[in-house]
Design a protein around this ligand. Structure first.
Ligand SMILES: Cc1ncc(COP(=O)(O)O)c(C=O)c1O
Length: 464
């Protein structure tokens, strides 16, 4: 296995070593292999591609590429084309926004989410709220997992629309949530949105095994190139349930200016505004081929192995007084987790080093990790054990026009407002892990100045 990935790194990702990079932000964005760029260049250099939606040879060539990409995506996710349709979007957020604005929210409907969700899933609640739906979150436990859904997910009145949304894998903690929840939520009366953006880069997903109504992905997270293309995979029958709040070029079968009438395309194209990114979409099959040539099971095994290695190394690190260096958020083992680790560094006194300090020093070492809450405030609030009353006090007393996260932290009595995230992918090797660990070791016995210290979230779950 190591040989496969060593060879791959040399053949496809030599720019990492040439530039001395340690890239550990795969949850932020995947890296493309060189062969993907060559294959896409071949397409662009050899084909004459016009705007689709017409019958000219160059337009039909683009339409062919776009349709090929749709078929290839269905194949990759093992989706029955009789059941699912692929809608191209700018990214996963674009897919999620389409659902939010088109779902038939109303009084009596519910938008239910796990607290662990990306902001682009959280943001759907604004559409839901505006149309009278109630918003509910399911809490997370110490390992940042939602648990006991059998007891916590209420049965809902099927005469109203209800949506349950969760990520297949957390972009904050790496937790893999239970995909059986899709079926459970269906049985309880919900439509289901599965945000697979952080899961599918390293895990195989079969839409013949699970049947979410909506699935959101970003392709650059899976194979690095191109940016600007995502997809919503949607069950055909859901298209009838949604109501698009507008129409635009490319989305309609017919429009009358005089009669103020329009007929939306009945297929997913009714949700693709204007001209799709037909040049970039032509690179999607190559990206999926790239993953499948390596093998999704191999990728998963590689990422699991290196994540386990890093996790083990992190948990061993301690100061000379015996205090642990790492405050880990999420499971301390590899059970149901992907290749994303979130943590803070503790001082010998048991306080935390501000994440910015770590990021600055990592940057100087050419190590790309990410700090912050990774657009996942719910996971962060449970990781840092914020109390709802404290948050309410700060939101109501701070001048929100002058808001800074630093002020927020001060108001929260110096609670952490960010973590460090290291995420592992196809091109990661053991040297990357070792360089990160060696870098983190430089924080052993390190005490930052008082203005760069956060409090450690207390062990009993209360911000005391
Ligand atoms: C789980 C998850 N969902 C959604 C998104 C949004 O993806 P994008 O920024 O490509 O729209 C991300 C991005 O990090 C993510 O990790």
């Amino acid at each position: 296995m190591t040989t496969l990935f060593d060879d791959l790194r040399a053949a496809e990702f030599s720019r990492l070593d040439a530039g001395g990079h340690v890239y550990l932000d795969y949850t932020g964005g995947g890296l493309y292999g060189e062969s993907q760029i060559r294959a896409h260049s071949e397409v662009l250099l050899n084909q004459v591609l016009g705007n689709p939606h017409s019958q000219s040879p160059t337009s039909l060539a683009s339409t062919h590429n776009v349709n090929t990409a749709r078929e290839r995506i269905c194949q990759f996710f093992d989706a029955d084309p009789q059941e699912y349709e692929v809608i191209f979007t700018l990214n996963a957020s674009g897919a999620l926004k389409l659902i939010g604005e088109s779902y038939p929210w109303g009084a009596g409907s519910t938008y239910m989410m796990t607290a662990d969700n990306h902001n682009s899933v959280n943001g759907i609640r604004e559409f839901a709220k505006a149309r009278g739906a109630s918003i509910k979150y399911l809490p997370l436990n110490r390992e940042l997992r939602a648990e006991n859904l059998e007891a916590l997910l209420p049965i809902v009145d099927r005469s109203k629309p209800h949506l349950f949304a969760f990520p297949a894998q957390s972009n904050f903690s790496g937790v893999k949530h239970c995909l059986d929840w899709v079926e459970l939520a269906h049985q309880r009366g919900y439509d289901v949105l599965l945000d697979a953006a952080a899961y599918v880069p390293t895990s195989r997903l079969s839409l013949r095994e699970i049947h979410p109504d909506f699935l959101s992905v970003s392709f650059y997270k899976m194979f690095g190139y191109p940016t600007g293309v995502g997809a919503l995979l949607i069950r055909h029958e859901m298209l009838k349930k949604l109501h698009r709040p507008w129409f635009g070029g490319g989305t309609v079968q017919f429009v009358s200016a005089q009669q103020h009438m329009h007929l939306l395309a009945t297929s997913g194209e009714g949700y693709e505004d204007g001209t799709v990114n037909y040049l970039s979409i032509a690179a999607i099959p190559t990206g999926l081929d790239f993953l499948e040539r390596i093998g999704m099971d191999n990728i998963n095994a590689h990422v699991t192995e290196l994540t386990g290695l890093l996790l083990g190394e992190l948990l061993k690190l301690q100061h000379s007084n015996g205090q642990p260096l790492i405050a880990l958020y999420g499971p301390p083992n590899m059970h149901m987790r992907g290749g994303t680790l979130a943590f803070n560094l503790a001082t010998p006194e048991g306080t935390l080093v501000e994440a910015d300090v770590i990021e600055d020093r990592a940057n100087a070492e050419n190590i790309s990790v990410r700090t912050g809450c990774f657009c996942n405030p719910g996971a962060a609030e449970f990781a840092f054990q914020y109390l709802p009353d404290d948050m309410y006090r700060c939101f109501t007393t701070l001048d929100l026009d002058q808001f800074t996260v630093q002020q927020f932290s001060t108001c929260m009595n110096d609670m952490p407002i960010g973590a460090v995230r290291a995420s592992i992918g196809i091109a990661t090797n053991e040297q990357d892990i070792q360089r990160l660990v060696n870098f983190l070791k430089t924080f052993i016995d390190f005490m930052p100045t008082a203005d760069h210290i956060w409090r450690m979230p207390s062990v009993d779950g209360l911000n005391t």
